[in-house]
Design a protein around this ligand. Sequence first.
Ligand code: AMP
Length: 279
Amino acid sequence: MKVVEDPDVLASTTRKWQTNGQVVGLVPTMGALHAGHQSLIERARSMCDRVVVSIFVNPIQFSESSDFLSYPTPIDSDLDMCQTLGVDLVYRPDAKRMYPEGFSTSIHVARLTDAWEGRDRPGHFDGVATVVTKLLAASRADKAFFGQKDFQQCAVLRRLITDLDLDVEMVVCPTVRDHDGLALSSRNERLSAESRRNALAIPTSLRSLQKHFDDGQTESATLCDSIVQALTDNDLVIHYVEIVDSTDLAPVGTAQVGNVVIVAASSGGVRLLDNHILT
Ligand code: AMP
């Protein structure tokens, strides 16, 4: 497994592979790899001849510097996981190389970024869109793999790839959960035992919302109220709970199959995201 810091070396390596007819997959990550990232890498491994994993804690997507500075960076175990999973190349640029002096470009995807995470974290999606564009450009990946857990991020990146005619196939992989249902996240390790217990209200209430929906309840407000109640009862601070259209992320009044329930809530100060596509 190659570990590369230089975008030119990344580009020349992938170009050589592609010249030999090999399909290159990219899995962008910020490191602190867990089984959620693992599932993306395994999916890439199964669909591509060569797998590139990028590990880069992207400073420009954090709206709070304390969040950036405390982001976990267990690089040795990350590299071990990549090696074990048969990754061909880990791209690990440093921030000065990624954003050298004079860097002045920002990619802004309009509308889809106005609400939800975009409203609560100003500039976050510009940072994500800019870094993903750079990663796609440097790797020239044929396919790129993202997690459904970050549902709005997927919608924004799908729009970006379409709007900029980027020649890459986007593959969205299902959310991987802990044994008790909590969606895996690099931030979970910041949860105290009590906050983690309380956080279980998120997946539990998403599951019961699906049951209410199965029983015939389709009014969004009523469905969401049951989640709000469960989260409040468990001391979570709610940022939003909504049922939205899966493409434009606009709230729907009457829920139907394919709509997405999106939730952001903090437990013990740790912001957690989850979602569920109604079936
Ligand atoms: P991150 O390192 O948090 O930026 O995440 C890198 C990629 O892994 C993103 O596409 C995430 O959506 C995805 N991801 C994070 N957590 C999970 C999870 N629990 N299940 C599936 N994918 C995930």
